[in-house]
Design a binder for this molecule. Structure first.
Ligand SMILES: *Cc1c(COP(=O)(O)O)cnc(C)c1O
Length: 387
């Protein structure tokens, strides 16, 4: 069997393209390390389902004993269906609808991460109607900057997410006086695809100040949740296929002054599933342009929207060819100019029928697929099924 990199291209011949290929060895090795490094400090990890909610991926992740971070009623259902215990589900989002809150109350999830006073009041009211007490963490906007794309930074002041530091006292008062709310923690999430540990260290410093202020007011909260956001190396998917969880968790251990009896929680998404997935497409045509050549592939922004949406970089490889390197604009079939995966991409010389792998596509890939142009949603193929 011809294997280029880790791709069984011979087996791919019988699979309809485009599809997502998941290397479950990479996923499991990632989870092994994550678990080991988090357990070292007894940190709790909740997988952020929005990165990838494929049933099979969820069941593998669930097998490692993680909790789930959900941002919709649909995700809560998917997490429960995959076996995540409700006692390990957290529910975030600025716009929780009544039915979603009710669903979460019915399951008695671990915690609502609440983003505004009006939301707090609605949760209180819906919980009262069910005779329940909702466990709540307040999502605080810590006003720390993350060095990432502006579309995926969330922790600065002018941002729809979270409650401003200046409003926190008021929100705590409201939460503590609501009869069907139990305030159990604080929640933060400063952005996504963060590679600089300094950004997380900045969050820790802000949190330490905040904890001092809360202590002065006599407020003790058992749970601190610092969200997700750890980035992956999109430029070298094989050099560092597993993120540096040791350094990540050690940064929080070193920088954050947890109080006696406090538990620290994390919500990683991308760093768990990003590197295990690739979008596999077939080359339909090689078209000579005026000053460039195009490799037109059968996958497009409908399967992987990140390049079009965030100008995201993905490494692109021709996994069928060993010929000399040439430059191609790799484009999809969708009727939008932004349906371009990369410009002047260096590929082994490419012809119709070759397989193109778009790497590091496990997170925010398949889950964001759409049916625009009335396309079919892509299938998922798992390496462990092909042996
Ligand atoms: C998106 C999101 C995450 C996961 O972010 P990653 O960058 O994929 O780790 C975690 N928590 C919240 C609240 C989120 O919105």
């Amino acid at each position: 069997m011809t294997v280029k990199g880790t791709f069984p291209t011979d087996v791919f011949q019988s699979i309809e393209t485009p599809f997502y290929y998941y290397d479950t060895n990479v996923l499991r090795a990632t989870l092994d390390l994550l678990k080991k490094e988090a357990d070292r400090y007894r940190f709790k990890v909740h997988y952020a389902l929005k990165a990838n909610a494929e049933q099979r991926i969820l069941s593998i992740i669930h097998g490692y004993g993680l909790g789930a971070d959900c941002v919709s009623g649909g995700e809560i259902k998917a997490a429960i269906q995959a076996g995540f215990p409700a006692s390990k589900i957290v529910f975030a989002g600025v716009g929780k609808a009544d039915w979603e809150i009710n669903l979460a109350l019915d399951y008695s999830i671990f915690c609502f991460n609440v983003e505004s006073i009006p939301e707090l009041l609605v949760i209180n009211e819906l919980a009262a109607a069910k005779g329940k007490v909702a466990h709540v963490a307040i999502r605080v906007n810590p006003n720390v900057k993350a060095d990432t794309h502006h579309y995926i930074t969330t922790g600065t002041a002018e941002n729809k997410f979270g409650i401003a530091l200046s409003d926190l006292d008021k929100v705590i008062d409201v939460a503590q006086s609501a009869s069907n709310i139990k305030l159990i923690g604080l929640h933060f999430h400063i952005g996504s695809q963060i590679m600089e540990m300094n950004n997380f260290a900045g969050l820790c410093s802000r949190l330490n100040e905040l904890q001092d202020q809360l202590e002065a007011r006599g407020v003790f909260l058992e749970h601190i949740n610092v969200g997700g956001g750890l980035g992956i190396d999109y430029h070298n998917p094989d050099r560092q296929s597993i993120p540096d969880f040791a350094n990540y968790f050690a940064t929080f251990k070193r920088m954050l002054k947890l109080r006696e009896g406090q538990t620290l929680h994390f919500e990683p998404g991308r760093s768990i599933v990003g590197q295990c997935g690739s979008l596999i497409s077939k080359v339909l045509y090689v078209k000579e342009g005026v000053n460039r050549q195009f490799a037109i592939v059968d996958g497009g922004m409908t399967e992987l929207i990140r390049p079009a949406l965030y100008q995201a970089y993905h490494q692109i490889e021709n996994i069928s060819s060993e010929e000399s390197i040439q430059k191609y604009d790799v484009v999809g079939p969708i009727c939008e100019s932004s349906d371009t995966f990369g410009k002047e991409v260096e590929l082994n010389q490419t012809k119709r029928g070759d397989f193109i792998a778009i790497r590091s596509a496990g997170a925010y890939g398949q889950i964001m697929a759409s049916q625009y142009n009335l396309r079919r949603l892509p299938n998922a193929v798992f390496s462990e099924d092909l042996i």
